[in-house]
Design a protein around this ligand. Structure first.
Ligand code: HEC
Ligand code: HEC
Length: 335
């Protein structure tokens, strides 16, 4: 057999066996086995991946606001990354980190720039964790990046990933009903997250042991610049992951219920991030549910926070297509 034919034959057999994943292929995280950091050898990569796993699941104990070493207090609240990125940051549709190494660097509207994995980690550090950015050369940042890399094994650059981010859901064409949201909250969420959204600690204040059930609002929660503070994001997350034990395959809340209870949660007080007006410097791609000024579409702050969203989505589509038209006519003029 000639060398080239043999290579072709091997490639063909591998493809048939499903072992070749070219860029552009589809990968599903649903039912996919997640490797454990414990299986890694005791080398530098293994050590960093294990530390990254610790930092993700017990953030409060390593870089939280109650750790002894004041220099290490990077996070501003006692959440863990896995308070939201559930199941070791591998659960489908709970913003899993699986595949993230293959999808970054990535254009991000919030910065109107190409963003690296490190910058994305610091995005959540400064918003979801209400804290400060980790230095790029810190062991902690390297550990996060290594753990994300480990979770992203065998996912080729450019693959489309089913189960990434959050699963879509359809907001009703009305303002969120906060009173209805409160009824749902008290019946289905308060047993764990507390009547006042305060959550339930593992130990006592000051012991850096974090939460059994994380707080949803108040001083120890995510800040107003966090993705979870956007009603449509919170709605998608809650519908497919809450109450605890729910997955995308069998949600128990309807779209309407998830919308209202998300509205109730984002209506509550939480830490405020400075300089939010500097987010989304390219105003045209600001998400319609980012409820802080400036707004370029003339709609009110209340509508951006609570809806109704279908008219805002319609406006955003019109702005996007007008931009496309303008780009085309500029390009035509240059020729
Ligand atoms: C309060 C909830 C919450 C917490 C806590 C949280 N995140 Fe996130 N994270 C999100 C949401 C929501 C998104 C996706 C939406 C967005 O882009 O705003 C996200 C996205 C990400 C992404 C990109 C995922 C992708 O699919 O591209 C990374 C990486 C990430 N977070 C890392 C972290 C790290 C590291 C921590 C802990 C230091 C953390 N997050 C804590 C809510 C959270
Ligand atoms: C049985 C306990 C339980 C119930 C009931 C429950 N949750 Fe949770 N929730 C959790 C736990 C535990 C986490 C942390 C993630 C994990 O460990 O999987 C969490 C995480 C969250 C988060 C992200 C973390 C944060 O601090 O913001 C949100 C938002 C949330 N829950 C909303 C809700 C809503 C809304 C309801 C009611 C519809 C609800 N939960 C019902 C236990 C519960």
């Amino acid at each position: 057999m000639k060398h080239t034919t043999r290579i072709a034959t091997i490639a063909c057999l591998l493809a048939v066996a499903g072992l070749v994943n070219a860029a552009g292929s589809k990968i599903s995280l649903i039912g996919r086995e997640v490797p454990s950091v414990e299986t890694l050898p005791d080398d530098e990569y293994g050590a960093l991946a294990r530390y990254g796993h610790q930092l993700a699941t017990r953030t409060f104990a390593h870089i939280g606001p109650e750790v002894k070493d004041k220099k290490m207090r990077y996070a501003g609240n006692n959440l863990a990354c896995t308070s939201c990125h559930q199941e070791n940051a591998a659960k489908p549709f709970a913003m899993p980190w699986v595949g993230v190494s293959a999808t970054f660097p990535q254009y991000r509207g919030r910065e109107d720039d190409l963003s690296t994995v490190e910058e994305r980690v610091n995005g959540c550090m400064q918003r979801s964790m209400a804290g400060r950015a980790l230095p790029l050369d810190s062991r902690e940042m390297k550990a996060y990046v290594t753990y994300i890399h480990f979770l992203s094994r065998d996912i080729p650059v450019g693959a489309s990933i089913e189960g990434a981010a959050t699963k879509g859901s359809k907001p009703p064409n009305r303002r969120a009903d906060l009173a209805a949201g409160e009824v749902i909250y008290k019946a289905q969420c308060a047993t764990c997250h507390g009547e006042s959204g305060e959550g339930r600690r593992n130990g006592v204040k000051g012991d850096a042991l974090g939460y059994l059930f994380p707080p949803l609002w108040g001083p120890d929660s995510f800040n107003n610049g966090a993705g979870m503070n956007r009603i449509l994001m919170a709605m998608r997350f809650i519908k497919h992951n809450m109450p605890m034990g729910v997955s995308h395959a069998a949600p128990t809340l309807s779209d309407e219920e998830a919308f209202d209870v998300a509205g109730y949660v984002v209506s509550k007080p939480r830490p405020q991030k400075a300089h939010l007006d500097r987010d989304f410097p390219a105003r045209w791609n600001k998400p319609i549910d980012a409820a802080f000024p400036p707004y370029v579409d003339g709609a009110s702050a209340d509508q951006h926070k609570y809806g109704p969203f279908p008219p805002l989505a319609e406006k955003a589509r019109a702005v996007a297509s007008a931009r496309e038209e303008m780009k085309k006519s500029l390009a035509a003029r240059k020729q």
